[in-house]
Design a protein around this ligand. Structure first.
Ligand code: GH3
Ligand code: MG
Ligand code: MG
Length: 564
């Protein structure tokens, strides 16, 4: 009946998976399997394996980690600690490569349990805390409950200070979420806690509520009921109600063994309760039979659990006066303890070795990342410096191209501009004027060199004001300037230069000195399609010379292309 019910739900899931995104569907399937594995571990295991294959084909590290973690949890549930450990380590390696909160939670929860079972309690608690805190960074209430459920037994057994509060918190979460299976198990855990505190009445009340809640679940409650009956058997044993305890224990065993691979920890604890109950009832042979039955069922698995059953049996035999049998049972128990110890040490060693390897890999990865960061920083610094150098170079070039007194371009600048204009082969006419102040030597002589400088600065200002943006003006020598006027024919150049000559003549020089007068001579050379700019400069120079000879304060040239 139950098997067919689960098969139906499995089919249902497969139908769901028919459309939509593969990874998303696998994640959904994993969540369902995670919820169901206590009650139907065969189906959940098959789902986990299937999802792992999908994860591999999608190369999805987060999904790989989750599928392996679920397989590990199921292995643990079935008592296969070694298998669980290997799966946990594989899952952890996958989880290293992902920020997936669910994957990190599930892997940490599994590692907490594995560490606990192998006796690494400190590690167990830190993984458990990690699982809970990572689950809390997600919005997933189911995951938060899962993290707490899986780590509950770690906190409780290690006896962390706040474990009773943690248990209450988990119960409240399960009630909020409306998940009755989880609520029933939480009440069971609470009842265990009360029993340990010796509050047997409260424990009985809580365990009865747990059973009530579990009974209302319509699909998949066999394991939950088995656990609850097992707990109630212990409570009733302590309360001196051996009859009731025996009934609960037998009920629990019947429910557990309906499963082909029952949880051996729960089974062994229940067998122990049954043995003790039968002893209390004076049914020594039945007690012994129950114990031996469980031992043969366990075979060579779980030596520690078998040792527990044997020491319970030894107690019973001793009380019955069968000292030799009691001694033999204790002897076997001691051997099993030693074997369990060896196995655990070996597992602990491989766990620690793997943890070290993972840490080393993480360290290496961090070191690489740090190195990459340093390189990027150095690279950025180099770029910043290169930029600065370039700016500096620009400034220097600019300074080298400029006349310090007037701020105009200098000869170097002129040479570059001439070269550029030659290369660009500008279409249209071009005019060039050479301008030289008249009798400047005598200005210096009469008014002083500083006044001469002021005149030069003012002349530069006048020239800039008179020219267009596309014109170029440079100070080509002491009191000599050169004007380059692209797309300007001779006539326009002449007009412009006459305007400049007049502006210089009319400038209120008395502002510098009341007796000061400044005039200028200009030579112009123009060409329609200039090819030899050097020749044009030479021609303008010649005309300047002519202007000087003709009496100064005049413009010569600018007639080449003038209309007749
Ligand atoms: P001309 O009309 O024939 O051009 O006569 P000029 O006196 O202007 O020509 P000349 O070449 O004999 O003298 C130019 C003078 O310009 C000589 C030099 O002292 C002066 N001079 C050159 N550079 C500067 C400068 O930066 N500042 C000052 N104050 N004077 C300068
Ligand atoms: Mg001169
Ligand atoms: Mg001069």
């Amino acid at each position: 009946m139950r098997a067919s019910l689960f098969m139906a739900s499995a089919l249902h899931i497969h139908e769901d998976l028919a459309g939509g995104n593969d990874a998303e569907r696998a994640r959904l399937a994993l969540v369902r399997a995670r919820r169901a594995y206590y009650e139907n571990s065969d189906w959940a295991l098959a789902e986990a394996i299937r999802c792992h294959e999908i994860a591999l084909s999608l190369a999805d590290a987060g999904l790989c980690a989750r599928a392996r973690a679920l397989q590990g949890a199921i292995s643990l549930h079935r008592g296969d600690l070694r298998g669980a450990l290997e799966l946990a380590l594989e899952a952890e390696r996958h989880a290293e490569r992902t920020a997936d909160g669910a994957a990190r939670t599930e892997v940490a929860a599994l590692k907490a349990q594995v560490c606990f079972f192998t006796g690494s309690y400190g590690e167990a608690v830190s993984h458990a805390e990690l699982a809970v805190s990572v689950s809390d960074t997600t919005e997933d209430a189911g995951l938060q409950i899962y993290a707490r459920r899986a780590t509950c037994m770690v906190f409780a057994n290690v006896r962390v200070r706040d474990w009773p509060e943690r248990m209450q918190e988990l119960l409240a979460l399960t009630i909020d979420s409306g998940d009755r299976w989880e609520e029933a198990i939480s009440r069971n855990d609470l009842a265990c806690h009360m029993q340990e505190l010796g509050e047997l009445e409260g424990a009985e009340r809580e365990i009865n509520r747990a059973l009530e809640v579990a009974s209302t679940i319509t699909s998949g409650n066999r394991f939950a009921r088995a656990v609850i009956h097992s707990t109630r058997a212990d409570i009733r044993l302590l309360a001196g109600r051996a009859d009731d305890a025996l009934a609960d224990g037998e009920r629990s065993i019947a429910l557990l063994t309906e499963d082909a691979s029952p949880n051996p920890y729960v089974l062994a604890a229940t067998v122990r309760a049954v043995v003790q109950a039968r002893m209390a009832l004076g049914q020594l042979d039945d007690a012994r039979q129950a114990g031996e039955g469980a031992l043969s069922w366990l075979g060579d698995r779980l030596p520690q659990t078998r040792s527990l059953i044997l020491s319970t049996l030894a107690q019973a035999l001793k009380e019955a006066g069968r000292f030799e049998d009691a001694y033999n049972a204790l002897q076997r128990a001691a051997e099993l303890e030693a074997q369990a110890f060896r196995e655990l040490s070996e597992l602990q060693l491989s766990l620690e070795r793997a943890t070290l390897e993972i840490r080393a890999a993480r360290h290496e990865r961090d070191a690489l990342a740090a190195k990459a960061g340093q390189l990027a920083e150095a690279h950025a610094e180099l770029e910043r410096r290169a930029d600065k150098l370039e700016r500096l170079q620009e400034q220097l070039r600019d300074q080298a191209d400029r006349d310090w007194l007037t701020g105009l371009g200098n000869r170097r600048y002129l040479a570059r501009e001439l070269e550029r204009l030659t290369e660009e082969r500008l279409a249209g006419p071009l005019s060039l004027a050479v301008l030289d102040l008249d009798h400047f030597k005598s200005i210096n002589d009469r008014f002083g060199h500083q006044t001469g400088d002021k005149v030069l600065v003012r002349i530069a200002g006048l020239l800039c004001d008179a020219l267009r943006g596309s014109d170029i003006v440079v100070r080509s020598g002491g009191e000599e300037f050169l004007l380059l006027m692209p797309r300007t024919d001779a006539r326009a150049a002449k007009t412009c230069c006459e305007r400049i000559r007049a502006a210089i003549r009319q400038e209120p020089w008395e502002r510098i000195d009341p007796r000061l007068d400044v005039t200028t001579s200009v030579g112009i050379a123009s060409a329609d399609e200039p090819s030899d700019l050097e020749a044009l400069v030479k021609l303008a120079d010649q005309r300047l010379y002519e202007a000087k000879h003709a009496g100064r304060d005049r413009v010569v040239g600018g007639d080449e292309l003038a209309p007749a």
